[in-house]
Write a protein that binds this ligand. Structure first.
Ligand code: AMP
Length: 974
């Protein structure tokens, strides 16, 4: 409410007596007296004791009263069309007068008149319009003064100003104050829009006034803000919302900067938000929070969202090689541990193929399915791998930010940009069978052999799957027989005469998966009465029959031709199961009355003209061993070893000599020395075997002391164990298994050799006569075999344990220079060889198992093969090294020479530890006394030129042992 009027003008002699707040001008029509209002009434003390001045009139005893009082010109401000007139007045009770007041009134009238200019004192009644008759609520009696307050509205004002006038028509009254005002809606801020002070109500007779507003600073609005001001001065119905701009939030009708660490990205009246995770906290007024270092937003990520890091590497990458031979494997992995806070993880797989140290991308050569990148699943199928190559697969986890991150400037703290895990695979596929031929046939048997395509680097022991069936199986079923064979030839017996059979052969990988198929070949058994003229080739004795079979699986596959029901062959399957002969058993040539028959049976005869001796490579019990060439018709020319029989031999010696060939000829295994043939029909008998370029294993290792990694040594042991498993499967007991009887070829394949019947008795220099009779290589032989000649595969296992030790100790002599007697005594007292230097713990544990007193508790060769296989498959398992005691492993002369006295010279000491080759290094370095040796530290040994880690250790350990005077002989306790 705003007061607009209060002008004082004292005209016509009226004194203007006004209330404290408001001045009212009273004036008469022409002369003050004519208006008959008293300009001044007597002072009265009313209300809080303040004096009250009034315009009063009280002509109650007179007729026809018409007294006027008019205000000065009141300017209409701000176009207010509606003004309020608040009057305070007193009206005297007519009854309080005596009978003389017959015309007494108790009301008066309010008039108004509009004008564009102040008309001064000219007053004309006719110009005024009546606004209202004012009656008091309380009238004043003689004793008591009652002030009334009444408010009336003067509406529809439109000119520049107006006058108010009061008409008295015979009342006794006094006007105390007149307050003229209009109402406004006050200046305000509503919904972030500022509205100015506005006169209430609209134009003439309009209840609402529409007012336009302006958004406050840092606020905007799509629609200009409006509001309505009511007649009562109230704001109603705001229209159009103002909202704070980005970086600002609404606080108490203003838009304030977002506080540090907060942001607001959009125009809204929301509060600023806390910066999301992995973002930088800016100072105030942030529109968004940029990513912290090493965190990113993908282009599609909202700028208001969190930033993400790169995913960590995929975990547990494994390759499953279900169809290795088909060049297929499956790679699978687990999602990264840290996805960087994202769910859009995908993977890419990179394949590299390595030959030696040279690696290159696999490119198109290898197929990755479903794709090599953009993989959502955590697996991929890899195919078209080539054999004999190392493949390295790198699986990388990606997310929406990976690309973005790689484009960014590299920063110091970024997590590894490549989240990769690498695995290397090596696979060897089985060879491809290229041709099959019929070697021999009879009425009921067919002897077949087949050739395989040459492979690199070295053929692994290969097994074959031979499937055959009758060609014209015109019954309702077709019966297939499946044989798993260990060599590339077979004799199949129990066949029907004059019948055609279809054969298919496939090579199997070491894991047992098939390689490429051969062409199906058809062969027919002889028909009675017909001669077979065209077969020559390899001779198979009847007993050889299934000799090559590692395992015979007869599978009768019934393929229904007409009936809807599957059923078994009407051909009794038992006729096939007859072929389930036991695994081939070794046949002791001694069981032949005529040993020459055994030779004939198990070895093929070679004409001496096909054999060329080149160089003596060794000396056997019966004569020299030569390296030579075998060049026989129908065979590939190749290097061979030729064992000869000295001139002047007896028939017995000849038979003993050739018995080795009778035995060897029964074996066919990658890790058994292969017999090429014999020369028996000529004066100089010979045994021809495959040539092993690296000679005997013990010597080979001695020459490479400390130079070969455990992995390679264990690989060699694995080969020997595989050969021994084969022999034990055939019930052959070797009796003289030792590193000296293992031969090594160019590919470091180890093959068991030395099968002569008399070898233990005569041939082996390690053979020692025992009380039980016979010669026994004590250090290699199990106690029960020494004690009561109980030679079994379990005693071969003991010997294998000693071979393992020889291998790990690089050809060291078992039990060093202890006498056989000492060795037997130590073994009986439960002492065992200690772990060689740097021997993997798992390998030493296996040795100890092989040396268990109770032979039934020793592992069997199949167990040994699979354990070594396992170790080779996880080279990690070879990392744990068995405890090593230098005093025992370097052999006891650590504190003294062989005569028990301290070493007299450096060279004597070096010789005792088999390091004589360094004598000169010590001399040149001025280390000439044992005292000086004892002062040497590892670095000194290195500095004088001992570089090989194995040798360094050997010398260092020996010095350690020399210093320790507590060396003792009780060294083998386990
Ligand atoms: P042996 O009579 O079988 O013990 O042979 C005597 C030596 O001749 C062996 O220690 C080897 O050094 C060598 N030797 C025997 N057979 C072969 C072979 N197949 N290849 C190479 N060297 C052999």
């Amino acid at each position: 409410m705003v007061a607009i009027a209060s002008v004082v003008e004292n005209t016509c002699g009226f004194k203007s007596l006004i209330s404290e707040l408001y001045n009212i001008v009273l004036f008469g029509k022409c002369r003050c007296s004519e208006l008959r209002w008293l300009s001044f009434s007597h002072k009265k003390k009313i209300l809080n004791g303040s004096q009250l001045y009034t315009y009063s009139v009280c002509n109650v005893g007179e007729h026809e009263q018409d007294n006027w009082l008019r205000t000065t010109f009141i300017q209409r401000r701000l176009s207010a069309s509606r003004v309020f007139v608040e009057l305070q007045f007193i009206v005297r009770d007519c009854n309080s007068f005596d009978g003389s007041s017959l015309t007494c009134k108790e009301t008066f009238n309010l008039f108004s008149s509009e004008s564009d200019a102040d008309i001064g004192t000219s007053f004309r009644k006719g110009q005024f319009k009546k606004v209202a008759t004012i009656a008091p609520d309380e009238i004043t009696s003689r004793n008591e003064l009652r002030i009334n307050t009444e408010t009336r509205v003067v509406e529809s004002l439109s000119r520049k100003g107006f006058y108010l006038a009061f008409q008295d028509i015979g009342a006794c009254m006094a006007l105390l104050s007149v307050r003229v005002y209009y109402k406004t809606c006050p200046a305000t801020i509503k919904s972030l829009a500022a509205f100015p002070e506005t006169v209430a109500g609209g134009g003439v007779n309009q209840a609402l006034r529409e007012v336009a507003g302006v958004c406050v600073e840092n606020a905007v609005s799509e629609e200009s803000p409006r509001i309505y001001c009511t007649m009562d001065g109230e704001w109603v119905v705001p229209v159009g919302q103002c909202q704070c701009m980005p970086g600002y939030e609404a606080v108490n009708d203003t838009c304030r900067d977002c506080q540090p660490g907060f942001f607001k990205a959009f125009v809204s009246n929301d509060a600023c938000e806390l910066c999301p995770v992995n973002t930088k906290l800016l100072s105030s007024g942030a529109l968004f929070c940029p990513c912290a270092e090493d965190f990113y937003r993908a282009p599609d990520d909202p700028t208001t969202g969190p930033c993400s890091g790169l995913p960590s590497a995929p975990r547990e990458l494994v390759a499953t090689t279900t169809q290795l031979a088909a060049g297929k494997l499956q790679l699978s992995w687990s999602p990264p541990e840290d996805t960087g806070g994202r769910s859009d993880i995908s993977y890419s797989v990179e394949c590299r193929r390595c030959e030696g140290t040279a690696c290159q991308p696999c490119g198109e050569k290898v197929r990755l399915e479903p794709a090599s990148s953009g993989l959502v699943d955590t697996r991929v199928a890899v195919s078209e791998l080539e054999p004999h190559l190392n493949y390295t697969f790198t699986v990388e986890a990606h997310s929406g930010v990976s690309l973005f991150a790689s484009q960014g400037t590299p920063r110091s703290n970024r997590p590894p940009s490549t989240s990769t895990l690498t695995t290397a695979l090596h696979y060897t596929d089985p060879p491809k069978v290229t041709s099959m031929r019929l070697d021999e046939r009879s009425l009921t048997s067919l002897s077949l052999s087949w050739a395989v395509a040459p492979r690199r680097p070295v053929p692994q022991p290969t097994r074959y799957k031979l499937t055959y069936r009758k060609k014209d199986d015109n019954l309702d079923v077709t019966t297939y027989t499946v044989l798993i064979l260990e060599k590339s030839s077979v004799q199949i017996s129990d066949l029907s005469p004059g019948t055609a059979y279809l054969f298919r052969v496939q090579a199997l990988s070491p894991e047992g998966s098939p390689g490429g198929s051969s062409i199906e070949d058809e062969f027919e058994t002889l028909t009675e009465g017909k001669e077979d003229g065209h077969i020559s080739g390899v001779i198979f004795g009847a007993a050889v029959g299934g000799a090559a079979m590692l395992m015979i699986v007869v599978v009768v596959i019934l393929i229904r031709k007409r009936s809807a029901t599957t059923f078994f062959s009407p051909l009794c399957p038992s006729s096939f199961f007859k072929q389930l002969k036991p695994l081939k058993t070794y046949v002791d040539p001694h069981t032949y009355e005529d040993p020459n028959m055994a030779i004939l049976k198990f070895a093929s005869e070679i004409h001496p003209s096909h054999v060329t001796k080149q160089k003596v490579i060794g000396a056997g019990e019966f004569g020299e061993v030569y390296r030579g060439i075998l060049k026989a018709p129908g065979r590939k020319e190749g290097a061979v070893a030729i064992k000869t029989l000295k001139p002047g031999y007896s028939e017995k010696q000849r038979q003993d000599f050739l018995s080795e060939a009778s035995i060897m000829g029964q074996f066919s295994h990658q890790n058994i020395i292969r017999l090429e043939g014999v020369v028996t029909k000529f004066k100089h008998a010979m045994i021809v075997t495959e040539y092993m370029e690296n000679g005997a294993l013990d010597k080979y290792l001695k020459d490479r002391d400390g130079e070969m990694p455990s992995f390679q040594l264990v690989g060699m042991m694995h080969g020997i164990a595989a050969g021994m498993k084969y022999l034990s499967d055939m019930s052959y007991v070797h009796r003289d298994l030792a590193a000296r009887n293992i031969l090594v070829n160019n590919n470091l394949e180890c093959k068991v050799s030395d099968f002569g019947l008399s070898r233990v008795l005569e041939d082996d220099p390690e053979g020692t006569y025992t009380t039980s009779g016979g010669k026994i290589p004590i250090r290699w032989t199990a106690p029960e075999a020494i004690a009561y000649r109980k030679f079994t595969s379990a005693s071969d296992v003991w010997s294998f344990g000693i071979v393992m030790w020889e291998v790990m100790a690089f050809g060291e002599r078992p039990y060093w220079d202890m006498s056989n007697c000492e060795v037997m005594k130590a073994i009986n007292e439960a002492f065992r060889l200690p772990a060689p230097m740097d021997c993997p713990s798992a390998v030493y544990q296996l040795m100890l198992q092989c040396w268990l007193q109770d032979r039934s508790k020793r592992p069997r060769f199949p167990d040994i093969v699979s354990l070594l296989d396992k170790l080779l498959r996880s080279p990690e398992s070879l990392k744990a090294i068995a405890d090593f005691d230098p005093r025992v492993s370097i052999r006891l002369p650590s504190t003294s020479g062989s005569d028990g006295l301290p070493f007299r010279s450096v060279s004597e000491w070096l010789e005792s530890i088999k390091m004589s080759q360094y004598s000169e290094n010590f001399t040149c370095a001025g280390v000439v006394t044992m005292d000086q040796v004892l002062q040497m530290k590892n670095v000194d040994i290195k500095n004088i030129g001992v570089r090989l880690p194995g040798h360094l250790k050997r010398i260092a350990y020996s010095i350690l042992g020399l210093k320790d005077q507590t060396s003792t002989l009780s060294v083998f306790a386990v």
